[in-house]
Design a protein around this ligand. Structure first.
Ligand code: SAH
Length: 388
């Protein structure tokens, strides 16, 4: 027994270096204090890694040689690996990003007039299985860690910058609308969005970083205590009967419960003028009728919001069809006449499968994926009290 233990210790791998990429200011302060260093090192390091894009400790010239040496030996800034990069005819860019373990997620950049939006993933796959979303169909593998989430921003910002005066396709906004449900990966997502908004990192204002959720209410109730990021909720239906079919999570947290929670989130924000964004994917003959627009207008009466209509993007195997143009404009007009700001999200990057709901990534080990998927589904249904 004793000799076995000795063998194990002899053959055990060298301690893995700590990855500093996903650590926010508080985590870095704790890290440096443990090394006997002063607090301000945290802000220095954030500037090097995120604002300047320097990941080689040797180049961090405002740190002592001894500290740089120690960092090189015990820590690293480990970026996720870009496997491929596709560019659409309309200027949209999609990166396939490999994560530890070999699976990949997708990150999309969408250039528009006066802004450039980066759409970031938070999980490998998704457990929610919304009936109209390709990500859900490919199952769930695992949560991304904070480094893998902020790493997507690091990669895009290195290529495109953040300043429109320098590059017409700069990253001016970040949305957590890629693969996954951000609120089911709460701590990592919060660490990453707070880095996006940190002065020493990317410095985006809270209006330029948006977290989109299908409505994980208990997590949404905690969100306002730890961040003031902009909020989008994926509604897609004006009543519970229909939303239960489109977004199974609704059976656990129905619409009124979600809207109440969204309003509580707004109440916690210091700036009382802020609104949430309500996302509504328009699907032909499912949720695009005029009476459904009127029902939606009535439903949202007491929720400070603007409404973003997303034409459904088809993907292989889906039986839904995209909304017709006439139905789409009629739907928008009814909302506008009822006094809402309602916009239609233009479909971008469809030729490279980068449009909303088309992100599927790649999971190398399909057997493990489907097995993990089944486990995660069972687990998620158990946790959420959804009947299988
Ligand atoms: N899980 C989060 C974020 C990811 S989805 C959420 O549900 O909000 C980002 C947005 O794209 C959501 O509003 C989602 O409902 C929408 N979407 C998903 N599949 C789509 C598709 N095929 N066509 C159009 N929009 C889609």
């Amino acid at each position: 027994m004793a000799s076995q233990q000795l063998d194990n210790s002899v053959t055990s791998p060298v301690l893995e270096k700590v990855n500093l990429l996903g650590m926010g200011e508080d985590s870095l302060v704790a890290y440096f204090e443990e090394l006997g260093e002063r607090k301000f090192r945290a802000r220095q390091l954030l500037k090097w890694i995120h604002a300047r894009g320097v990941i080689d400790f040797d180049q961090m010239t405002d740190m002592s040689k001894a500290l740089r040496q120690h960092l090189s030996e015990t820590a690293e800034v480990r970026l996720p690996e870009v496997v491929s990069r596709h560019e659409s005819a309309d200027g949209t860019i999609k990166w396939l990003i490999k994560t530890r373990g070999g699976s990949s997620v997708e990150t999309v950049f969408i250039p528009e007039k006066g802004r450039g939006t980066l759409c970031v993933s938070s999980q490998i796959g998704c457990t929610l299985d919304c009936s109209f979303c390709a990500t859900g169909k490919q199952g769930f593998n695992r949560d991304l860690d904070a480094a893998e989430i902020i790493g997507q921003v690091w990669i895009a910002v290195r290529e495109l910058g953040t300043d429109l005066a320098e590059n017409a396709r700069a990253v001016t906004n970040v949305v957590l609308m890629g693969m996954g449900e951000p609120l089911l990966n709460f701590d990592n997502v919060v660490e990453a969005v707070n880095l996006m908004m940190h002065d020493c990192a990317y410095g985006y204002s809270k209006r330029r970083v948006t977290l989109s959720t299908a409505g994980v209410v208990p997590a949404l109730d905690r969100l306002g205590d730890v961040t003031d990021v902009s909020l989008a909720i994926s509604l897609h239906a004006p009543n519970d009967a229909l939303r239960d079919q489109l977004v199974p999570l609704n059976r656990k947290y129905p619409i009124t419960c979600l809207l109440d929670s969204a309003r509580r989130y707004l109440d916690k924000l210091p700036d009382q003028r802020r609104k949430i964004t309500v996302e509504y994917t328009l699907i032909d003959k499912v949720n695009d009728r005029p009476e459904q627009a009127r029902e939606l207008a009535a439903l949202l009466r007491n929720t400070p919001c603007k409404i973003n209509l997303i034409p459904f993007n088809p993907f292989p195997g889906s039986h839904y069809r995209r909304v017709g143009k006439g139905a789409m404009y009629r739907f928008r007009d009814i909302l506008q006449e009822a006094g809402y700001t309602a916009t239609i999200r233009s479909t971008r990057g469809e030729d490279i499968a980068a449009a909303c709901g088309q992100l599927a990534g790649a999971v190398n080990d399909r057997t493990r994926r489907s097995q993990r998927y089944r486990e995660a589904r069972v687990e998620s249904r158990a946790v959420k009290g959804i009947e299988a």
